[in-house]
Design a protein around this ligand. Structure first.
Ligand code: UD1
Length: 427
């Protein structure tokens, strides 16, 4: 049933909160479980919509998965993998389900997957995924809305990526894990989630070397084995909560964090005037001075993450002065701007740049989430705004944040999730 999130802005957020396992690590790792006939046990799995969608994709391929919410463990047994077509409606719903193409091809010699969907943040082509599979010897047929790829046995090869695409690096890494010989990915993505996938493949007995650098070598093996593996903490959820502390002039300790994954955000938050204290597996963020304007540019890791661009924009709408935000990763990632403007934010878009002129306050209003990270940004803006805000289309939020409203409420936010009927009564 459709729901909305309603909040009364103005409360400082104070306290401690724990981050879940990383969505963007666990989705490719779930796909990589298809490479192995034995059971794998994945730990720290967040019970998100996207994880459920990936479980449905696996089920459609004949693969059993069992999630235990109590211990956040997901067991996947791909011994019965007996289909090689991912259902179109699921792939359209979530782009990451396209990631089954590499492991399906490697395991069964054939994969048919429809063209992917996901957040509406630009064209998001898959040419680099296909370039990699072709280099490994796969035949690729592009039909009406679907891709079919076949190969008797994949053969290691050197692949240069024109852009360090996260998904393409992951697709090639998974396909190459069971290929003959050595695959080298040049200009590979260096994101922590790519490293986590490599570590998972290695835990199953694979040989991936150099993940986290621009050159990744995959030495193909003939078989992979069951294992137990814990995914890394979600740096984007952590980052969103850090910005929540900043925008509400609060003081939050965020637990289950790898601070080195958050270097660019920590640097930028400090430039805005926040205090950020890094400890082993936690960061403490607080602010007790006005927000300084900063410029930032999204880039592949270790640059500033595009997934935190919209939360940072929400913060900078309240800064002293003018900030310029340049988006270089996706070409249509300013869809939250119109909604922020409805709250009184002063933002001008010039090509790939958003010029944000800070104001003293935002005003609460009725808002619509347009994609996953936009949903988070609007909620943060609502927490800092004067008066009440309502955010609709919250299914976007559920794709990537687990119990987000509950976590914010536990930190002192006046926030609730309501059905549409309850919301109408509430007005
Ligand atoms: C992943 C993340 C997403 C994040 C993004 C960038 C998951 C499930 N999602 O998405 O949250 O915002 O990384 O950090 O992990 N591109 C091509 N050709 C391709 C593939 C990509 O041109 O074959 C382009 C895209 O259009 C985009 C850029 O490369 O402009 C980055 O995309 P990519 O790194 O592949 O992102 P995703 O893996 O889709």
């Amino acid at each position: 049933m459709a729901e909305i999130i309603t909040m009364e802005g103005g409360n400082r957020l104070v306290g401690q909160v724990r981050v879940e396992g990383a969505k963007n690590a666990c989705l490719p790792i779930m796909a990589a479980a298809l490479l192995c006939e034995e059971q794998v046990v994945l730990c720290e799995i967040p019970p998100l919509e996207d994880v459920q969608t990936m479980c449905k994709v696996l089920a459609a391929l004949g693969v059993q998965s069992k999630f235990c919410a109590a211990d956040k463990k997901l067991r996947i047994s791909a011994g019965q993998l007996n289909m090689n077509e991912a259902p179109a409606e699921l792939v359209r719903q979530m782009r990451a389900s396209f990631l089954v193409i590499g492991p399906l091809l490697a395991r069964t010699g054939r994969a048919r997957v429809c063209l992917p969907g996901g957040c509406a943040i630009g064209i998001r082509p898959i040419d680099l995924h296909l370039k990699g599979l072709k280099a490994l010897g796969a035949e690729v047929l592009i039909g009406q809305g679907f891709i079919e790829t076949t190969a008797n046995k994949l053969q290691g090869q050197t692949v240069y990526l024109d852009f360090p695409s996260v998904g393409a690096t992951e697709t090639i890494m998974m396909a190459a894990a069971l290929a003959r010989g050595v695959t080298v990915i040049e200009n590979a993505a260096e994101e922590p989630e790519v490293v986590d996938l490599a570590r998972f493949i290695n835990s199953m007995g694979g040989r991936v070397i150099g993940a986290g650098t621009e050159t990744v070598r995959i030495y193909g093996v003939s078989k992979l084995y069951g294992c137990e593996y814990s995914v890394i903490p979600d740096r984007i959820e952590a980052g969103t909560l850090m910005v929540a502390a900043a925008i509400t002039a609060g003081a939050i300790t965020i637990e289950n964090v790898i601070p080195t994954h958050l270097v660019p955000l920590i640097a930028k938050l400090r430039e805005t005037g926040c205090h950020v204290l890094e400890e082993d597996a936690q960061v403490h963020v607080s602010r007790n001075s006005p927000i300084c304007a900063v410029n930032l540019k999204t880039l592949p890791y270790p640059g500033f993450p595009t997934d935190l661009q919209s939360p940072m924009m929400a913060l900078l709408t309240l800064a002293n002065g003018r900030s310029v935000i340049t988006e270089t990763v996706f070409e249509n990632r300013f869809r939250h701007v119109e909604e922020l403007r409805r709250m009184g934010a002063q933002i001008k878009i010039e090509a790939h740049c958003a010029v944000v002129t800070g104001r003293d306050s935002l005003r609460g209003t009725i808002l619509k989430a347009t994609d996953l990270r936009a949903a988070a940004a609007l909620i943060l803006a609502g927490l800092a705004a004067k008066g009440r805000s309502q955010v609709s289309q919250v299914h976007h939020l559920d794709r990537g944040y687990w119990q987000f409203t509950e976590k914010l409420a536990s930190l002192g936010a006046d926030i609730r999730r309501l059905s549409l009927r309850q919301a109408a009564d509430d007005l």
